[in-house]
Design a protein around this ligand. Structure first.
Ligand code: NAD
Length: 570
């Protein structure tokens, strides 16, 4: 662990970092390294003379050079490998590059390319980053945490790699996800990169391809399950709470069987949330609120079909349902508007063995009495679309092509402005392509997707397609939580985030505008969300009281900008 002291120049206010490293060791530290931008005086003082070419670059010139290198790579995977290497070499340059070229770089740092990077993790591995907590080391988790380079950690993103995007069990390769998510915390939310820690809980893998791959880097063992798994996660959480009592812990890409139970177990014990359930719900709710406003209707008047009743699907349905109740519907009325379809068909009365999170959305038999069905034992999406007449269709199943032409055209026959969100990732799992949806609905649909897509041109009109990505919400949520030191993450904070996101949408005022602001506005969106979340945390009594002005100052102060600090020796 490397300790360094930060002071400020009393005249200019510039940050001065007193660092204990010199020469090659300094150049090898990604947080301190400025590469060719080390000024003459620092080169002299810190033993760097001769180790760098003589010309001193600005950060802007370095960005230009790095962008040229990024563009020269032949594939997105190669671009991902390049950016990861840059992150491990010079964090300021990495963040400034991805900030300046966010639309090109974000899909490479995160979805969809990160999926491929997780699948090939053991083949493209170059440099250590993050903490691997492997099951055989379960007695020593405190020691593992003490080995990390960070002295202070504000945010941990943790996965066990079992359900990576829509790609299933990627074992230790799942580490790509916490690394990518935390990069977005910094890029969009301004969380200082030195205060973030990606964690992979390695409990083995049941993926035979990985177990048979001689290059696989994880623990070669079938997944630990049941009581042993629970006890291991408990040990991890306790060790984290001992070392960082005020930390924000984000659960990411756990399989459905663990995601909900882990959230329930820990949500009242520390400041924690599950992004697949709650973050997804907030971004989807914000997107739907924006779409409903753009169409000129109210959320309470909608009928919602959700294809894929897993962590994301049920989380989205719960939050939309709560928002409908907020608009005056009773809970029973609101729930009657949701039709959730899973592998076994529509969730309905008479199904036994459903987990509690699905049971809450079971449709009563009486509501289906008039439906004319070919196969009453399996009510599929097509049946739901023609009988329930949904105005909103959300896909979170990981089943590519599930929104067929017939289904989308039937929906468009029954509702003037269908709201269709195929959210499954990566791109190869998308339920329907935006170009198909807009063609099948003759440009009437409002579309947002899970993965990024280029603008669609249909009949001479251009439709930019928003990526309804959790990155619109979690960085701002985290920023708001850290700014006011919230002790818990409440449902109200997710609703505040969703409403703040909807407020930033250009769609209600501009025809054919995307449902969400462009990625280039990510920092300002995160700022708005952080303010709303921080104020809600205070109102809910999970953060110390502060005036609105004070909240604004706290949020502003927390936002790190990628720029070089002045370095001195110590
Ligand atoms: P999950 O495994 O918890 O849920 C997926 C559900 O789909 C399961 O319940 C499964 O039984 C169901 N399913 C699978 N095949 C089906 C079929 N043929 N018919 C009906 N249902 C079927 O996973 P999750 O966390 O809910 O994520 C699901 C998908 O949503 C993934 O592709 C993920 O990448 C995506 N997602 C997108 C966003 C976003 O864009 N903001 C956020 C979270 C998840």
């Amino acid at each position: 662990m490397i300790d360094f002291k930060i002071t400020r120049d009393p005249q200019t206010g510039e940050e001065i970092w007193a660092v204990p490293l010199r020469g090659p060791l300094l150049l090898n530290h990604p947080l301190f390294n400025k590469g060719t931008a080390f000024p003459e005086q620092e080169r002299r003082e810190l033993g760097l003379l001769g180790l760098l070419p003589p010309h001193v670059d600005t950060l802007e010139i370095q960005v230009e050079r790095a962008y040229e290198a990024f563009r020269s790579k032949p594939t997105d995977l190669e671009r991902h490998i390049y950016l990861r290497a840059l992150q491990d070499e010079n964090e300021v340059l990495f963040y400034r590059l991805i900030q300046d070229y966010i639309e090109e770089t974000m899909p490479v740092v995160y979805t969809p390319t990160v999926g491929e990077a997780c699948q090939l993790f053991s083949h493209i591995y170059r440099h250590p980053r993050g903490l691997f907590v492997a099951y055989p080391e379960r007695e020593h988790i405190d020691e593992l945490l003490a080995n990390t380079p960070q002295r202070h950690v504000d945010v941990i993103v943790v996965t066990d790699g079992e359900r990576i995007l829509g790609l299933g069990d990627q074992g230790a390769g799942g580490m790509g996800i916490p690394i990518g998510k935390l990069a977005l915390y910094t890029l969009c939310g301004g969380i200082h990169p030195a205060r973030t820690l990606p964690v992979l809980l390695d409990v083995g893998t049941d993926n035979p391809d990985l177990l048979n791959d001689p290059l696989y880097m994880g623990w070669r063992h079938p997944r630990v399950r049941g009581a042993e798994y629970d006890a291991f996660v408990e040990r991890f959480v306790q060790a984290v709470m001992r070392r960082y009592p005020n930390l924000l812990l984000q659960w990411e890409d756990f399989a459905q069987a663990h995601a909900g139970p882990l959230l329930e177990r820990y949500r009242d014990r520390l400041c924690t949330f599950n992004d697949d359930i709650q973050g997804t719900a907030a971004v989807a709710t914000g997107t739907v609120l924006a779409a409903v406003e753009a169409v000129g209707t109210r959320l309470r008047d909608q009928v919602v079909a959700v294809f894929g009743a897993g962590s994301a699907g049920c989380g989205i349905a719960e939050q939309l349902c709560a928002a409908m109740v907020g608009e005056g519907l009773s809970e029973t009325e609101a729930r009657s508007r949701f039709f959730l379809i899973d592998r076994t068909g529509l969730l309905r009365e008479g199904f036994s063995g459903l987990p509690p999170f699905q049971r809450a959305f079971v449709q009563p038999s009486s509501a289906l009495a008039s439906w004319r069905l070919d196969r009453p034992d399996h009510i599929g999406l097509a049946d739901v679309v023609s009988h329930a007449k949904p105005t909103i269709l959300i896909g979170v199943s990981g089943v590519a092509g599930a929104f067929t032409e017939t289904i989308v055209k039937t929906m468009a026959d029954l509702t003037p402005r269908p709201i269709i969100l195929p959210l499954s990732n990566p791109t190869s799992r998308c339920e329907a392509l935006p170009a198909q949806i807009l063609a099948w609905t003759e440009g009437r649909a409002l579309v947002a997707t899970g993965s990024p897509f280029a603008d669609v041109v249909w009949s001479g009109r251009r439709f930019p397609v928003s990526q309804c990505n959790n990155s619109y919400v979690f960085p701002g949520l985290g920023l708001g939580i850290l700014a006011v030191g919230a002790r818990r993450v409440t449902q109200g904070m997710f609703m505040a985030a969703a409403r703040a996101l909807a407020d930033t949408s250009p769609a209600p005022t501009l025809p054919d505008a995307p449902l969400l602001p462009p990625l280039t506005a990510s920092r300002s969106v995160s700022h708005c969300i952080a303010l709303a979340v921080a104020k809600e945390a205070i109102a809910a009594g999970v953060a110390a009281p502060a005036s609105d002005t004070e909240v604004e100052r706290l949020v502003h102060e927390r936002m790190w900008t990628p720029a070089y600090a002045r370095l001195t020796g110590c």
